[in-house]
Design a protein around this ligand. Structure first.
Ligand code: AMP
Length: 362
């Protein structure tokens, strides 16, 4: 157990790191951010920052020597860097968790291996193998880079008329950088949900309620809690997240995104860190995802994840952030801004939580 006053090293300098650093400060910890970006959202609120590339071994080593534990708000960092850090300091979650999360194919293999369903998928390594995979999976389908894709980047939908060569070249550079791609059957889902589960160093765990996520232009737009699904389905979703965290031996958080289909749940992807779909917990739960993350990573007892209010979280993307005045004129709206100077299109600038008493308790 790491006592308050210790220093938590966080890899990544974005808004997830910022909100984790604020939660760490509340519990009396210091935070050291490692990020290639100077003065990013996380560095603005942290005691110390190292600005260097994730593959800069000298900087990684110096960072690891200066902190008491390392965790991540961004998981795509080189294996050698994680190994080097782990030789100096506890790294939570450990490399084997990140390794699975970095690669969509490893991720799907993992879920399938523990009996959890995903969309049908095939690994593709060439245009020929894409054609063969399409013949098996059928259309429509989605071609994704196996690595480094997020918010719909590195994805191409293949409809009834799409020339596979076109989809292949659309992702050309991405596929080359990622090594391989994955072809998934397109799921006509009823909706998308996610569950965030925390797991402590002692194997204790706590899951937040499943939430309902709506995406716009492939970027999360709103999260609604509770998700409008049956208690049985909610239980099943929490069970999936817990089984995955247990099988991987996660220490920290695991967010699992799932499609709700008429025949049950299919896992889409996972992230071993705080997640955008957990931002509602900041104003609607006894313990929010960032505090829970810090507790888990520092070996503290987990807090109660119970939802005391219903909530809708809305992301403020790009120019949406100019509405801050209007948002604040509603005294019940809880505004969270990330300190980013430039509101580029598609950039997550902040979010607003709107909470109300639980409908099932009024
Ligand atoms: P991802 O980067 O895998 O999270 O994909 C971003 C979004 O694209 C998802 O949240 C879905 O809305 C959509 N999407 C991804 N994969 C599929 C699929 N196989 N079928 C239907 N929609 C998908």
């Amino acid at each position: 157990m790491l006592p308050p006053g210790s220093t938590i090293g966080i890899i990544g300098g974005g808004q997830l790191g910022r909100m984790a650093a604020l939660a760490a400060a509340q519990l009396g910890y210091l935070v050291h951010i490692f990020s290639p970006e100077k003065d990013g959202p996380a560095s603005q609120v942290s005691a110390v920052s190292t600005v260097a590339d994730y593959s800069d071994q000298a900087a990684i080593e110096a960072f690891a020597r200066s902190v008491d534990v390392v965790t991540f708000e961004f998981e795509n960092i080189p294996a050698e860097s994680v190994r080097l850090m782990a030789s100096h300091v506890p790294v939570r979650p450990c490399w084997s968790v990140l390794e699975v999360a970095q690669d969509r194919i490893a991720e799907k293999r993992f879920f399938n291996s523990i009996g959890i369903k995903t969309a049908p998928w095939r690994e593709v390594t060439s245009l020929e193998s894409l054609r063969a995979a399409l013949a098996e999976i059928g259309r429509p389908a989605v071609l994704k880079t196996a690595r480094l894709g997020y918010d719909g980047k590195g994805q191409a939908k293949i409809g009834p008329e799409t020339d596979p060569a076109q989809a292949w070249s659309a992702l050309g550079d991405g596929l080359a950088a990622a090594g391989v791609g994955v072809l998934e059957g397109f799921i006509n889902f009823l909706g998308e949900i996610s569950v965030i589960v925390a797991r402590g160093t002692d194997g204790s765990w706590a899951a937040f309620d499943p939430v309902w996520n709506v995406h716009k232009d492939h970027i999360l737009d709103t999260t609604t809690s509770p998700a409008p699904i049956s208690d049985e389905l909610a239980q099943e979703a929490m069970d999936i997240a817990h089984r995955a965290a247990e099988a991987l031996g996660v220490v920290g958080l695991l967010a699992v995104e799932m499609f709700v289909t008429p025949t049950g749940l299919l896992v889409n992807e996972m992230a071993p860190r705080p997640h955008n779909s957990g931002h509602w917990t900041m104003d609607a739960c006894v313990t929010d995802q960032f505090e829970q993350f810090i507790r888990a990573v520092c070996g503290l007892p987990l807090g109660l994840p119970d939802r005391h209010s219903d909530a809708v979280m809305k992301n403020l993307i790009g120019d949406d952030v100019t509405q801050w005045r209007d948002i604040l004129s509603d005294p019940t709206a809880k505004l969270h801004l990330y300190g980013k100077a430039e509101a580029r299109p598609g950039r997550k600038m902040g979010h607003v939580n709107r909470i109300r008493p639980r409908a099932d308790r009024t």
